[in-house]
Design a protein around this ligand. Sequence first.
Ligand code: EPZ
Length: 422
Amino acid sequence: MDKLIIDGGYRLKGEVTISGAKNSVLPILAATLLTDEPCIIRAVPNLRDTHTMIKLLHSLGKSVDFDKDTIRITSTHKANYVADYKLVSTMRASFCVLGPLVAKLKQAKVSLPGGCVIGVRPVDLHLKGISALGAKISIEAGYVVAKVDGFLKGKCIYLGGVFGSSVLATANVMMAASLAKGKTIIESAACEPEIVDLAEFLNKMGAHIRGAGTPYIEIEGVKALKGTEHKVIPDRIEAGTFIIASLITQGDILIKNVIAQHQSALLDKLKEAGVNLIVKDNTIRVKSPNKPLKPINVTTLPYPGFPTDMQAQMMALLSVTPGISVITEKVYPDRFMHVPELNRMGAHIQREGPHAIIEGVKRLSGAPVMASDLRASACLVLAGLVAKGRTSVSRIYHLERGYENLDEKLRNLGAKVVKEKE
Ligand code: EPZ
């Protein structure tokens, strides 16, 4: 396993270009199962999760070529409807092959993804949606087995859950409904930009989807979908992570290939903290104010609310912001594995249920810390950039699941970061 060694105290300066969105490319790769025709997907980030999804598509009968940032997918015509536990258990997003398999092959056997460190992560909304479309669903030996006689049939489906809408459940149902007979309406759909990107991809394949990006999505089913080409949107969470990286090091960086509209909640909170960023076309200039930030309160919510995937990174910044800030995690109430690690670096953070009360400290101190999940890893790297002395972040395979060449991009901005074997 690898670790990152970070010597803190260097202000980031220069330019960084954001890669394609992990949470967009994963469901779009699953959507290629809806056609036997070739598909080309561009601006694909070279991530562990991308390769996991490619392995899964190979196992389901696709031939996949990944060259630089472009994926070319064709069918081998040996379609398989079983998504194996070994692959699905390593990446929850694999579960979004369920909808396409049921719609295209009339059956699917997909391993239940299981939980992960950020929460239980049930799939009840996925199963509610797919069964509403007419699939018969049973749970057998840890697998979801789904079968449909004839065709899926369009339905009006309410997908709201205890924690609000579900991104991948919306994706699963939208993909399945694209080949159903008749019209499907998804109420309380997820509004994330990645859902809009998936809908655009499906419509290019010949689907008839309207309303993606709103809580009310209409899908008019069609008989078949064709191959197409698509360029994936930039990764808004990677962009947000670099915004925090510049601020926490009191740096001055230009972030390129970013859609500012996807950052509204983060930019609004940073404005409240006294930070005004310069948005121009598809770039954001992040120049740290030469006075301390103000403490703020942040609550994570489904899009367009403050993203849960930016919660840990924001906590790193607030841990060195004078005053008392409070973060409330409403999407994954247990998503606080980074708190004890930050406290080992000298932060003063107290957890009270879904709240983290953060008393800003003057300086963190470098320490050996351990990554537990993707965004917690990013948080610890950000803390290491500003901590006094050396920080080593172990188990960075978590980080490599969702950030393309993060250490290289940070080094190019002047950070002292090296990757070493553990
Ligand atoms: C997507 O996961 C993202 N992953 C996650 O990003 C992100 O944190 C999450 O959406 C929320 O924004 C991908 O897109 C690949 P959910 P997803 O279903 O779709 C509950 C990262 O760091 N829920 O929107 O699996 C669930 O427990 C990853 O890039 C149900 O109750 O998340 C959670 O509390 C981490 N029943 C809430 O909904 C269900 O059937 C939102 O989960 C499904 C979800």
